[in-house]
Structure formats: C-alpha cells, structure tokens
Design a protein around this ligand. Structure first.
Ligand code: ATP
Ligand code: MG
Ligand code: MG
Length: 549
C-alpha cells in the first residue's frame, strides 16, 4: 500500500517518541460530555485519538466529561459506549471526570493557598463588565483582595451548601490585563444545587470545563490531549493550572473540527430536532449521529474511511456530504448483494406466457464479488415493474418499455409493449406485453439487441415492503449561518415513505441491518423495526450522486 505522509499530530507524536518524552509512552483520551448522542464529528475525534494509540502502541481512555449535572444522563453514557464500540474501538479505561471531584477540590484549595484563586461575590454580569475588552484591561472586583484564610473558609462553605446558585464562584487569579480574555480571572467553580447522574447530591459546586479538563488529563497522565481549534485560546490557561499545581504535564493540541454541509453538528441543535419532533429520535436515519447513520445503513468502515480522507487539518473547513456518500457507495458496491425491488409498482401481464407457469431463473448476487453466489428468481405471467419504466407515448431517446418498444427484463426475457388498461382517471393500471421465448438471459438466440434492461418482480411471489427514501435534512448548505435560526432551513421533503413497494421474496428473511443494492434504485438497509410480516427498508444512498448542484 502507498506510504501516507504523517499528519501534523502524528508528526508531534513521532517527535516526542524520538525525543523520549514520557519515555515514549502515548496515552490519548476521548472526552465526551454525556449530554447527547455522538455525531459524525465525534467520530473524527474518535478515529484520531484511538488511531494514534493504535499506530504508536499506546492506549486511549474514554473519559466522560460529566461536570455539568443539569444536562447529563446515563442514557447518553450507554449510547456513547455502544457507538464507540460499533465504530471498532475499545478504550483502555472507562473514566469519569466526576470521579475526580474530590481531587479537583483539593487542587482548588492548593491554588487558594498559593494566593492564586479567590471566592467571588459578583454576579455573572458584574464579572463580565469588570473584565474589560481585549484592548482595555479589566478592573479587580472587591473580592479579589480577600485573604487566603477568608477564601479557604468561603470555599469550604460553598461546598457545604451554605450559598445559593450564583451567589458565589471561585475564580483563578490570573492577569486582568492579559490580551487573552481567558486569562482574566476565569471561573473555576460554580454553585449548582442539582442532582448529578453519578455523584447524586454529594456536591453542589461543580468545576468549570477549563479547571476540570486539563487536571483530569493530568491525573490520568494523558500525553497528548487533542481537542478542536476553538480551544487554542484556552491552552495558556490549561498550561498555567498544570504549572501552578505542579502536576503531570499533559499537553493540549488542536485540530479542525469536522463540518459537513447540509447538516448541523452540535448536540444542542440535534437535541432540539429530537425534542421538537423534526425527526423521530436521535437515531432517525436523517440525523448525522452515529446511531442515525447506522440505522441509515452506513458501516463503521465507511465512517472511518471518511475520517481518513478528511485528514487532520489546522484550519476550519467544510466537507461535502457527498464525500460521506461516496465512502459508503464504494464499500457497498463491493459487498452488497444485488436484488430487485419495485418502488412504484404497475402490473405487467405477459399475454403469451402460459397461465400458471412458474420458471426458476438464476441471478448472480454480486458481479463485483465472485464468492457472493447466486439466487433463484421466480418468473411468471404477471409481474410488477416501475411505473416510470413504461411510457405510453415514448420520446425518441426512451429506451425502456412502450407500445411497440422492446426492453429486457433483468435475468429473464426480452418483452415488447402491446397495450394498456386505465382507470377512470386515466392512470395506467395494467400493461400488456409479449415475450420472446428464445431471448432468455444466458441462452439468448433471438438475435435481437435491446438498449434497455429493467428490473421486475413476480406479482405472486413478491413480498410487500415499506421503503423510506431520505434526502438532506436541510435545504441550506450551511444551516448554522447567522442570518436565521437553523430550523428555518429544514427540508420539508427529507423523508418520503413508500407504503407498498414489492421486493424479491428472498428479502423476506432479511434481518435488521442487512444491506442490499436494489438494482437501479440504490443501496438499502433493513430497518431495526422491520419484521418478516412488515418489511421496512431505508435507502442509505442512491447509486450515483444525483444532487443538483
Ligand atoms: P457539541 O458542540 O456537539 O456538543 P462538544 O465538543 O461539546 O460538541 P463533546 O462531547 O465535548 O462535544 O466532545 C467530545 C470530543 O469530541 C471533544 O474532544 C470534541 O473536541 C470532539 N468533537 C466534537 N465535535 C467535533 C467535530 N465536529 N469534529 C471533531 N471533533 C469533535
Ligand atoms: Mg465539550
Ligand atoms: Mg457541547
């Protein structure tokens, strides 16, 4: 295989190993906040963190960043673990930032003792007002000059629950003149009298991200703490806490987050879509969540492939949804068995085919895979074909069926259109055709060449199925744009349900998660709610990129 050049983070890791940093040890972490389901942006971070560990003989911790009791839930913890495993990765340790609450508290005490943290009385608004602007320095609040003793006492009383939410905070004593606003006495703790999904009511003060994250990294002796670009201005603070606490020096590195067009990738927004009923749940096949993509028919390999193709960048950019579709199409072209399914059925009667006769035909399962074998198709006098494969007044370039026009039925015979029957509204209800008995696929002696081949199913043998066709969830390439709320860009036609499609009988034993190519129609996966009594298929992707650009 071709030698791939290193991405910039691999380069850092290789340099560290070469220089004996941490004795060449590599320990990364994936730190989800359990406040929603994972999306494909998280997959990017998972592939990067676990991939680095795999490549450099290291390990990856799964650490739940559960420092906000209000938004977090064990349902999310379970779904996150399930999704990481499904993507093909296994963590070295399952850890929780909340397990470090006592240790973090002691770290805070140490900073107070060093005169580097103080208890604040001011409100969020007062703090913001006193912070100044990037070009003008902040002004100290009265609390900043509190003695160490007073701060220790107040912080202990914060923990004991003597104050109400918002009444006090703990702030680091940074530099109120720093051009980096994050260094201007950032918050370390806030009071929240809320039940935590793991620690229950043991705590009513909770550490802020900036105080919890780096310290958790350090406690675990993480070597390379990888996050997205928006944390670049947080890095001086990350380093400052570690230096002042004199603890293990983890290092933070930043890469560009994965953005994909025509979708949103923030848990907060995805949650709104679920709560407001725009989708059926976190695993709706239109969602960019791992569970949605799985239900849609995406494979772990196709998602990993997208992440590899996108690479690791230092600048924000937008990836086309069509690249993700390309990845799954490439894989399914090699692995998915071909079958026939008629999505918009119209009856076709072959007038010169014997009534009651059933022929067994053989069809290859996958021309791309010689080990895929073959299956038996049943052919009979009455079939279903796609309504769009017949034209009553065919145009010149129409190479499918019409009165007097010939077409091949896949794996079967050449037929010729004869006449139609219509209902009172003028809709065709039955097409009548004749077949050429000597034109059977595999032994065609008719000498006739037809340009078109169409798919079909035998009416008496076919299984009825519900088929769900999906389109982009948003009509705008970037629904996150500032002009309007992202919900105004929701595509009202993102789901089309076909209640009465007909599929080959071989599909009636298909199991949820099985994937197929429906000839000429795309790749489909059996939905999790599908049963042999009620088959349901989700279209994963069309055969070709059909979007009008
Ligand atoms: P969201 O805004 O969707 O809630 P988040 O960053 O708050 O995302 P976390 O649960 O904190 O979600 O993320 C866990 C890890 O996944 C973090 O290291 C984060 O940087 C990373 N991550 C989240 N979104 C993306 C993305 N779009 N691309 C790459 N990495 C991401
Ligand atoms: Mg986060
Ligand atoms: Mg978030």
């Amino acid at each position: 295989s071709e030698e791939k050049s290193l991405n910039f983070i691999e380069q850092i890791v290789e340099d560290d190993i070469a220089n004996g940093v941490n004795g060449g040890r590599v320990l990364t972490r994936f730190p989800p906040e359990p406040n929603g389901y994972l999306h494909i942006g998280h997959a990017k971070s998972i592939v990067l963190n676990f991939g680095l560990a795999q490549k450099y003989n290291g390990k990856t911790n799964l650490r739940f960043d559960d420092t906000n009791p209000v938004t977090e839930d064990t349902e999310y913890v379970e779904s996150i673990k399930n999704d990481i495993r499904w993507l093909g990765f296994e963590w070295a340790n399952e850890l929780y930032a909340s397990d470090y609450f006592e240790e973090l508290y002691q770290f805070a005490v140490k900073l107070i003792e060093k005169g580097l943290a103080y208890v604040e009385d001011a409100t969020a608004e007062e703090i913001a007002a006193a912070k100044g602007t990037p070009t003008t320095p902040g002004t100290p609040t009265p609390a900043r000059s509190r003695s160490v003793e007073e701060n220790l006492d107040l912080f202990a009383r914060m923990r004991k629950g003597e104050f109400k939410d918002g009444e006090k905070t703990l702030r680091a004593k940074g530099d109120l003149a720093s051009p980096n606003m994050h260094m201007r006495d950032p918050l370390m703790y806030r009071i929240k009298h809320a039940h935590h999904h793991r620690t229950g009511d043991a705590w009513c003060i909770y550490p802020m991200y900036d105080f919890a994250h780096g310290q958790s990294d350090s406690i675990e002796k993480i070597t390379h703490s990888i996050c997205t670009l928006e944390f670049i201005p947080h890095r001086p603070l990350y380093d400052w806490f570690i230096k002042e606490l004199e603890i293990f020096p983890s290092h933070q590195y930043e890469f560009a987050r994965l953005n994909i067009n025509y979708t949103v990738m923030s848990k907060r927004k995805l949650k709104l879509l679920v709560e407001e009923g725009f989708v059926s749940g976190w695993d709706d096949p239109r969602m960019p969540t791992i569970s949605g993509l799985r239900r849609r028919g995406y494979t772990p390999a196709s998602i990993r492939e997208l992440c590899e193709r996108v690479g690791v960048q230092k600048r924000d950019h937008m990836i086309e949804l069509s690249l993700l579709e390309f990845c799954i199409r490439e894989e399914l072209n090699k692995t998915a068995n071909r079958v026939m399914a008629v999505l918009d059925p119209v009856k076709l009667v072959i007038t010169n085919y014997p009534e009651g006769q059933v022929e067994e035909l053989t069809a290859d399962n996958n021309p791309e895979d010689e080990n895929a074998g073959s299956r038996t198709l049943h052919f009979s006098k009455t079939l279903y074909i796609e309504r769009e494969d017949f034209m009553e007044n065919p145009t010149k370039k129409y190479f499918r069926l019409g009165p007097g026009l010939m077409v091949r039925l896949k794996n079967a015979y050449i037929i010729k259109g004869e006449s139609v029957e219509k209902d009172e509204n003028g809709n065709i209800t039955t097409i009548y055709a004749t077949y050429l008995p000597e034109s059977k696929s595999g032994g065609d002696s008719s000498g006739i060449n037809v340009k078109g081949t169409i798919h079909w199913v035998s009416a008496a043998h076919a299984a009825k199925a519900e088929i769900r066709l999906y389109d982009r969830l948003f009509t705008s390439e970037n629904p996150n744009g500032e002009e309007a709320d992202f919900r105004t860009f929701i595509n009202p036609n993102s789901l089309q349900v076909i209640n009465e499609a007909y599929v080959e009988p071989s599909l009636s034993v298909a199991k949820p998660g099985d994937r197929f190519q429906f000839l000429r129609k795309g790749y489909f996966a059996v939905d999790q709610d599908s049963t042999s009594e009620k088959l349901i298929f989700n279209r994963t992707v069309t055969l070709k990129d059909t979007w009008a650009k």
